[in-house]
Design a protein around this ligand. Structure first.
Ligand code: NAP
Length: 286
């Protein structure tokens, strides 16, 4: 029931497409009998500054920020969490008495998924990251914060991977960090010792799910965990290759769930049991 004290939460992006967030957050608010409401706010680019001013004026409690505003929102904030600043992207805002602070819960989303659903400890491991876009930034910082021994960043546009590798070498001098081009496929020879692969590219995402994976099954082995950040389809082409090669695999649903749960905790102080969100998302994606 909405009343004068209802805390306003929401998702800001454009276009918002088929986001699951309003359904997940509102189902939890209802179940836990909390006095919040989570609304979708599709905001066109030319109106973004006015919208941010409006969110302050109506004193929203918190926001999720999605494409295309994760970077553009930073100048509108009063404070930015140090890891979000390191990534240069914010996906969650908390309003504490008029002070807007930006966080990036995607980092913890990826790390928690690998730890809990993959039953995998990143510390000391050799990791390969495919892609160098927004999701790659969160994944790379996440694994380096967790103490990965080495990180190979492989991308179609080598310059983007090189930029990330250079930046991360400065922050994590103890880790071995390199950038490799996707196109000459030599990186596949390095996979024998790699124990964690994270594919942060959009390759294999619906409606283009029926494509060849960036790494074929013959290079994937049973000592590996293969994580595809795509979750639609639930089993991607890379996950099929992982299965054929004997490797364990995960899709990106856990990341989506854990980043949302962490945002909810930042706004409300409540820890949500992931199981209820797993059930909801799986029903929605059927
Ligand atoms: P982005 O910033 O646009 O980056 C896309 C990346 O994919 C780039 O590295 C790009 O390489 C690469 N790529 C695209 N098409 C390719 C192709 N045909 N061959 C090889 N590489 C290709 O996008 P993003 O925001 O990082 O998102 C990437 C993926 O992560 C999306 O599929 C998204 O669904 C997923 N994601 C999942 C979650 C979650 O909660 N699970 C959250 C965020 C994103 P170039 O640099 O060469 O263009």
């Amino acid at each position: 029931m909405v009343d004068i004290n209802t805390g306003i939460l929401g998702l800001v992006g454009y276009p918002l497409g088929h986001s699951l967030s309003p359904l997940l957050h509102n189902a939890t608010i209802e179940k836990e009998k909390l006095n919040y409401i989570y609304l979708p706010f599709p905001v066109e680019e030319k109106k973004f500054a006015a919208a941010m001013e409006g969110f302050r004026a109506i004193n929203v409690r918190g926001l999720n920020i999605t494409i295309p505003y994760k970077e553009a929102v930073i100048p509108f904030l009063d404070k930015v969490d140090p890891l979000a600043a390191r990534i240069g992207a914010v996906n969650t805002i908390v309003n504490e008495e008029g002070v807007f602070t930006g966080y990036n819960t995607d980092i913890m989303g990826i790390v928690r998924m690998i730890r809990e659903d993959g039953n995998f400890s990143i510390r000391g491991k050799k990791v390969m990251l495919l892609g160098a876009g927004g999701a790659a930034r969160a994944a790379g910082i996440g694994v380096l914060e967790e103490g990965a021994a080495s990180l190979s960043v492989v991308n179609r546009s080598l310059a983007r991977a090189e930029k990330l590798a250079e930046e991360w070498k400065g922050y994590y001098p103890a880790a071995e960090i390199e950038a490799l081009p996707l196109e000459n496929r030599i990186f596949r020879e390095n996979l024998k010792e790699v124990e964690l692969i994270i594919d942060s590219t959009s390759v294999g995402m619906a409606p283009h799910a029926d494509v060849a994976p960036l790494i074929p099954a013959e290079f994937l082995h049973e000592k590996m965990l293969v994580v595809d950040l795509v979750y639609n389809p639930l089993e991607t082409c890379l996950m099929q290759a992982a299965r054929a090669g004997g490797a364990k695999s995960l899709n990106g649903l856990g990341m989506l769930i854990y980043q949302g749960i962490e945002a909810f905790r930042l706004w409300t102080g409540r820890e949500i049991e992931p199981v209820s969100w797993w059930k909801l998302t799986q029903n929605m994606l059927k």
